[in-house]
Ligand binder design. Structure first.
Ligand SMILES: C[S@@+](CC[C@H](N)C(=O)[O-])C[C@H]1O[C@@H](n2cnc3c(N)ncnc32)[C@H](O)[C@@H]1O
Length: 476
């Protein structure tokens, strides 16, 4: 401890002071690019903005941004509406479908099978349905052929999904899956889409940030916690017929009603690359894209493989497969082990050296390691997660730079975070890394209204506002 004026500073406080100074310095450097963007509401940068949009709202993917956001950026920046757009973290494909509605080709990468499945089903539906397909779906809605169907196809469970549905719902799902097998592949994909879209509403669970929250009716009550009541749990028949009706209505109202053959709604190509963007980006051709519109996982410790466990197991994933997906995800949870980035992309060594030159990040890393050594972190893997997140993001950014055509832009939605009493300016650190990798940081657009902290953090350190931003970087 050192004495300074009348105040006693601990090493932690000194390190935090250094971080605050470096943060202010970086803020000063990007001051002219930073502005509050009144047209960017919390609604438009999140799934909320899709609620009234058919097709985009079928599957509630809380991590999605809105189609309106994609439309805004692609149409308000020069070059956005020509050529081909890329989204390396495609989610349920908002970028794809919003781009294609504006007649822009789009490619995307998504790791989670739930996102891949939703995208594939929507691509198929964009191509329309034949009168036969429509008649089959109407029959499923009106006659509910799974009722009493002799064959049952059970679905897998893992520890965190066991007992997620009432027993009559399990029975109905298994018979639905049994009956579904006798349909053609296209109808199966649509029936599976509807099933995935309703799982949460017919279960005892609710997606809640980092994990699944369980209704007390499930009998799973964590000792010491207040029993949770999620409200009405829908019956299988009512939820599935409503969803199938919604899908069918959308498709029939978007294609010419009298055609014998399906009508292509858009002439645009949408291509999904399933897998990790860390593996796939290096295989894509240099200077292909006229824009990149994306939102990486925020490193808020939310584990998608837990919150989407019902859907992943319904798609047949085993415990081992879910665990291995967790490791492939961009490091944003404390469970992520370090990835061997030099092995994935040997040319990334130079990129990783660049990250080492980011002063603010270095001081944050040093502080977190120090706090770990003092035993004050609520999880000792936080320093590894923070290092992993920025290293992996730097590799993604360098690939994006290579893939963009000259003068093309990258738009990225992301949140700042807070760990161990320090706000981490993800926007400034990533923008600085992007600058070192060749981008011109044109704008850091701040979404009005500040997001608070976790209740745990607030109790310890008080409320400090966190920025949510859209970064606009241009390839020089
Ligand atoms: C914030 S969400 C993007 C949502 C998307 N903008 C949408 O509107 O649906 C981030 C996505 O990145 C995906 N993801 C995480 N790690 C990935 C990786 N290594 N490669 C590709 N996708 C990944 C997650 O599964 C998640 O769907």
């Amino acid at each position: 401890m050192t004495l300074q004026k009348d105040k006693v500073y601990t090493q932690s406080e000194e390190m935090r002071t250094v971080i605050t100074k470096l943060d202010s310095k970086l803020t000063e450097r990007f001051k002219s690019q930073m502005s509050i963007a009144p047209y960017l509401s919390r609604k438009i940068v999140s799934f909320q903005g899709n609620k009234a949009r058919p097709a985009y709202s079928w599957y509630k993917y809380k991590e999605a941004f809105s189609a309106g956001l994609v439309e805004y950026f692609l149409s308000n920046y020069e070059g956005g509406t020509q050529g081909k757009v890329l989204d390396p973290f495609a989610g349920i494909g908002t970028t794809f479908f919003a781009a294609s509605e504006q007649n822009i080709h789009a490619d995307g990468i998504e790791l989670l099978p739930i996102g891949q499945e939703i995208i594939q089903a929507r691509i198929l539906l964009e191509k329309g349905l034949s009168p036969n397909d429509i008649a089959t779906l109407e029959l499923w809605i009106n006659s509910q052929p799974w009722n009493g169907f002799p064959e049952k196809v059970p679905f897998s469970t893992i520890r965190i999904t066991e007992g997620a549905y009432p027993s009559d719902t399990v029975e109905a799902i298994e018979r639905y899956r049994g009956a579904m097998q006798h349909e053609n592949e296209k109808i199966q994909l649509i029936l599976r889409l509807a099933l995935l879209c309703i799982l949460e509403s017919i279960s005892y669970t609710r997606k809640d940030g980092q994990y699944l929250r369980w209704d007390a009716r499930s009998g799973k009550i964590r000792p010491g916690t207040k029993p949770f009541d999620k409200g009405k749990i829908q019956t299988f028949a009512s939820a599935i017929t409503t969803k199938l009706r919604e899908i069918l209505f959308y498709v029939t109202s978007h294609q010419t009603p009298t055609t014998l053959f399906p009508v292509l709604r858009s002439k645009c190509n949408i291509q999904l690359f399933p897998g990790s963007c860390l593996d796939i980006l290096p295989s894509l051709e240099t200077e292909t894209y006229t824009a990149i519109m994306t939102s990486p996982p925020y490193y808020n410790r939310y584990d998608y493989t837990r919150t989407y466990a019902l859907e992943l197991t319904m798609l047949g994933l085993t415990h081992e497969e879910v665990c291995s997906l967790r490791q492939e995800m961009l490091s944003c949870t404390v469970e992520n082990r370090e990835k061997d980035l030099s092995k994935i992309g040997p040319e990334w060594d130079a990129v990783l050296d660049t990250v080492k030159n980011q002063q603010l990040l270095n001081s944050i890393n040093a502080y977190l390691e120090y706090e770990k050594s003092c035993g004050t972190l609520n999880n000792n893997s936080i320093p590894r997660m923070v290092r992993g997140y920025f290293s992996e993001m730097a590799c993604v950014i360098s690939e994006c730079y290579r893939l963009l055509k000259p003068n093309a832009r990258l738009f990225m939605v992301n949140d700042n975070v807070r760990y161990a009493g320090i706000g981490i300016s993800v926007d400034l650190i990533l923008s600085d890394i992007a600058k070192m990798l060749g981008f011109k940081v044109e704008k850091i657009l701040i979404v009005p209204g500040k997001k608070g902290n976790s209740s745990q953090q607030m109790g310890t350190y008080g409320r400090i506002p966190l920025r949510k931003c859209v970064y606009v970087w241009k390839k020089r």
